[in-house]
Design a protein around this ligand. Structure first.
Ligand code: GDP
Length: 449
């Protein structure tokens, strides 16, 4: 009897009850599972109504069975999908039956890992599968979709290809030193390098937008009691499409909320109710709040617009000077004043608004997104991760050094910097080693020269 040691199985749908639940099995040889559960061969890629059989031959469930023979499947292996009824008990029975037939429980992400190992997609795409599933907003989901479809990878590959070309030129110069400098000049090495730097900067900007969509911004709301901090938080959380999940601690603890501002997730901590205290529990709450302030990316300093500047001067002075801040002049409805936004010196922004009526909220949202570095629309964003951004920054540094070395010129060091830049960029997609470079060099230059 054939036994597939590498077959993995899992319930692919979310836990809990639903209309449909899917058990997915992937492996090199699924014949035993197929025979045992379905009792017959299936036509590839045709949805078939079938009984899912238990060991005694009795049906555990009845549903659709889908058979994707390798390599035309998600993982690149043979894949069987059993779409049954979406109850945890019945799905558990079907899964247990698959395990009985030789499959083992899949590790988290193992289907996608296999897809990567079988070259179904590269590392960046594999990562975006998880990001698409985790996306907390429509904008983040669209950006993840772009990365998954390979747009991010294609852009990165194109950069790597241009780098390889430049490396090939440089290294050929090293091999044929007689022609070195002239050769590089005719080949426009400096212009090529400058163009590459421009493209890497653009990749960095688009990836940073993606990181913002994915990871969001930590925001703290600070201000004296009663200036309207809680009202502002509610106003920011806004209408029913915003996602608000209060995590209630004690009433004296900081309130944390997840808010979506035009697709960018804000992790907001409202410090309302924080005051000097001798109460032990309250002190813990206060300490936590200040920890949150210390970790924040942005502070919203709320004041009553009718107060003088001095009222929040001490608060502003107490914040880490490096922490970006927006002063929110609240309650303008009580002054009969209109909303406005001001940029003062020292990166200081002020927004005049009313949390009660909502006027000026859009100005505050603009200011928040500006501080976050979000572009107008997130159309070009790639749902990148910090790992990608760091890799791009490393590549950028090496290209800068290469430019400096080219001016000297020190061709060996240019070659070395270009190699390092390529390694950094290639780590994004997890592809392209030195063999490729050799192929590239030998493919472009005739050895006999
Ligand atoms: P916090 O202590 O800073 O969180 O302040 P709250 O949000 O609890 O607000 C204190 C009081 O001010 C409440 O009665 C709010 O209804 C009121 N308030 C908050 N924002 C405004 C505003 O923009 N205009 C007016 N007129 N009242 C406001």
């Amino acid at each position: 009897m054939s036994y597939a040691p590498d077959a993995i199985a899992a319930i692919a749908t979310a836990p809990g009850r639903g209309g449909i639940g899917v058990v997915r099995i992937s492996g090199r040889d699924l014949s035993r599972v197929m025979q045992g559960v379905i009792g017959r061969e299936l036509t590839p890629r045709v949805a078939v109504v079938a009984r899912f059989l238990g060991a005694d031959g009795e049906a555990l469930d009845r549903g659709l069975a889908l058979w994707f023979p390798a390599p035309a499947s998600y993982t690149g292996e043979n894949v069987l999908e059993l779409h049954g009824h979406g109850g945890p008990a019945v799905l558990g029975l079907v899964l247990a039956r698959c395990l009985e037939l030789g499959a083992r429980i899949a590790q988290p992400g193992e289907f996608t890992q296999r897809a990567f190992l079988n070259d179904k997609f590269d590392l960046a795409q594999a990562e975006s599968v998880a990001d698409l599933i985790d996306a907390g907003s429509a904008a983040a989901a669209r950006a993840a979709g772009r990365s998954l479809s390979g747009e991010f990878s294609r852009y990165t590959h194109a950069l790597v290809a241009a780098l390889v070309e430049l490396r090939a030129l440089t290294e050929a110069t090293l091999d044929f030193p007689d022609e070195d400098i002239d050769f590089l000049r005719t080949a426009n090495a400096a212009q090529r390098l400058a163009a590459l730097q421009g493209q890497v900067s653009s990749l960095l900007a688009r990836s940073r937008q993606g990181v913002l969509l994915r990871d969001g911004l930590a925001v703290v709301i600070v201000g004296a009691p009663n200036v309207g901090k809680s009202s502002l938080l509610n106003r920011l959380a806004g209408d029913d499409i915003a996602i608000v999940t209060d995590v209630p601690g004690t009433t004296r603890d900081a309130i944390r909320s997840e808010i979506d501002v035009r697709g960018v997730p804000l992790h907001v901590v409202d410090t309302a109710g924080v005051r000097e205290s001798t109460d032990a529990v309250e002190t813990i709450g206060i300490a936590r709040t200040w920890e949150a302030v210390a970790r924040a990316d942005l502070a919203l300093v709320v004041t009553d617009a009718r107060d003088t500047d001095d009222a929040h001067g001490a608060l502003l002075a107490g914040l880490d000077p490096a922490l970006p801040r927006i002063v929110v002049r609240n309650k303008i409805d009580l002054m009969g004043a209109g909303p406005r936004r001001q940029s003062l010196e020292g990166e200081r922004r002020e927004v005049w608004m009313s949390a009660r009526t909502g006027v000026g909220l859009d100005l505050l949202q603009d200011a928040v997104l500006e501080v976050a570095g979000a572009s107008e629309d997130m159309q070009g964003a790639f749902l990148a991760r910090e790992r990608h951004v760091q890799a791009i920054i490393v590549a950028q540094r090496h290209l800068d050094s290469a430019t400096a070395q080219l001016a000297i010129p020190s061709i060996e060091l240019v070659a070395e910097e270009l190699r390092a830049a390529q390694d950094a960029l290639s780590s994004i997609t997890g592809a392209f080693g030195s063999d490729d470079l050799l192929g590239e060099i030998f493919g472009r230059f005739c050895i006999g020269k």
